[in-house]
Design a protein around this ligand. Sequence first.
Ligand code: SF4
Length: 495
Amino acid sequence: MSALPEYKTRVLLDNEGVPLVAGEFVAAEAEMPGQLPEPPVYIKAQIPGATSRAAQGLVRRCDSKEQLESGLKQLLAPGSWGQAEGVLVANAVNMKGEYYAACMLDFGNAEKLPHGVLLFSTEGGSGVEERTASLHKIPFSLLNLPSADDIVAKLGKVDNAQAIGKFLEGFIKTYARYKLTVLEANPIGVLEDGSLQVVDCRAEFEKHAVGKKDAELFAAAPVAKDDKTRLERLVDKVNEGDPAGTGFIRENREPAPEGAWRVATNLCGGGGKMLWEMTTGARKDIYTMNESDTSGGLSAFKSYRVLRAILEMEGSQVLLLTGSGMGFQNQYHLAAAMWKGLRESPTPLPALLRFGGTDEDKGRELIAKVAPSLPVPVKTYLPHVFPNAMVDDVAELAATERVKVTPEPQPEGEPTFSVDVPPGDFYFYPDKWDKDEAPPCVGACPNNFLSWNAEKRTIETVEGARCIGCLVCEVVSLLEGNGELRIKLDLPEVD
Ligand code: SF4
């Protein structure tokens, strides 16, 4: 999943006639325009994927020409946030109210086709506690988009229904036309005459879904400076070795405010990120250690490696994992990666885990079963639980002092066999399995990649089958066997 910054999301919305607050984009590489909009204006650094920008000083109000010029200079230069693609200068508007809207994808299930979901609230763009009570959740067909009247009928009794229906019709059209995975407007300003304008927005998309004619709209702008941290480079290397699906982290460059809980996040997909932003955007007591995205059907091997990088972030007090409640990745495989990461990391974090999607119950059961053996407390949540309930538990779980453990030793020596993509080394220990029949891990492989050679008393791989890096065999070996099969997942070397 890739993030589209606000100034590009505005272009998509504008193409479908969705009204926007007037604004002008100043590119980092370009000359400063001679004529700038008249203050008061807001200036907003454009960084794909960046959330909580106001808290990071990346959104500022300028009431004078001097403030505008110096603010622009600061935000266009590289800073602790990295290098912005440019700055959006947006007019300040008088609003009598704020709405919230988002579209996201529901992958469906055996009974239900994939479809879009519209989230809409008339109770303001900030402060999730107030918003969740009034949040409308409206599923819609991606093949037959709803009209303004359809939307209003589904919303039920709302003030300003005509303006809302028209606005949301264009909003959904934008989402569907560009095959976005997430589109969010927060807030939507309600002007004195009842008309609506998008004040802030963002989008996420899958690169392979972008049509040729739209490629330029979605292309990343060149940035001058590579300011990646060691852990970000580590995750880049993980992606090189295991390219399927998304694995992404970006550490927060801003110092944590005194007294705020420092939460390391493992957010699964744009929906997870959106819910996290809705939950914590207005909270001063929560400091997000990092942006993150693990999604798009990545292997559990890759989830494990990204998690290991997240657990390494110094200063973190608690780990929070959530998707939007409908992950593409098998959630039992994800839970296997979580268990492995938490038991093999020298710096595990107390964890709040919310699984949602295929095999979510199996994922939760696995964690419940192994939790007592972990060196940190772990709590799981049902997929319909909104992340603010998880955030409410942060204080209870967060470690005031970082837990440091000596994890169980990794397998050593020549592996029994290895897999190149996703990369992993498998070790079979015959001394831990003295029976004639195959150990349970062999039959547990969902891809029939493993076979038992009774004569040689070892595990072999099946020609023509493929390992998907799901970790199920290791889980079964540890829980139902005698630990006879172990998988070693090296982390890439980085300076
Ligand atoms: S061998 Fe099978 S069970 Fe084990 S990780 Fe590979 S696909 Fe999963």
